[in-house]
Write a protein that binds this ligand. Structure first.
Ligand code: DLZ
Length: 169
């Protein structure tokens, strides 16, 4: 759980790499849509603010957070992306569904990025209740979508830089 002091939208814009010429895919879960739409708004506007052209941002929806890794994998298979951002919101219920979904999605997203040598970003809120989700999707604790977009820009830039220095050797 994010600590109370952390604001997910706080970052230093001066040290964020430019998103010019980057292609970014965003996969969004349809569960808890008011929350995931706010995450999408935060991620999308942050990418554009840092130079990603709107034509170079692809947004695809999947039924639930459980489908985010497969959605991301399909985007990587059929498109050319520098990074994929996965956005979802899983809210604790009365069954163990929460634990299964959170564990499966977190592990699969991490594994996909490692396997594909591509940044695949975990922009998924996992909260005890709806209020915590509201607070972290543009509320008092910022917006996890903004944090996910900043992470995508940093990781895509890291890959570009390392690739370029390899070429220059
Ligand atoms: C089934 C389910 C439940 C109970 N809760 C959530 C949730 O809080 N957030 C979310 O993104 N998805 C949820 N889902 C749907 C699963 O992610 C998935 O879409 C279904 O189990 C079908 O595979």
């Amino acid at each position: 759980m994010t600590t109370k002091k952390t604001n997910l939208s706080d970052y230093n814009p001066d040290i964020i790499p430019s998103g010019k010429d980057l292609n970014i895919g965003i996969v969004v879960s349809e569960w808890n849509p008011t929350i995931t739409n706010s995450l999408l708004e935060g991620a999308y506007s942050t990418l554009v603010k840092h130079g990603v052209e709107e034509n170079n941002i692809t947004v695809e929806h999947v039924p639930g957070s459980f489908e985010l890794p497969t959605g991301a994998k399909l985007l990587l298979k059929y498109g050319k992306y520098d990074a994929i951002i996965c956005l979802g919101c899983v809210i604790q219920g009365e069954t163990r569904h929460f634990d299964f979904i959170c564990d499966a999605v977190a592990n699969a997203i991490a594994q996909l990025g490692v396997d594909e040598n591509k940044p695949v970003i975990f922009g998924v809120l996992t909260t005890n209740d709806m209020q915590q989700a509201i607070d972290r999707s543009g509320g008092k604790h910022g917006n996890k979508g903004v944090e996910a977009a900043v992470t995508a820009l940093k990781m895509a830039s890291l890959k570009r830089r390392l690739k370029q220095s390899e070429k220059n050797k």
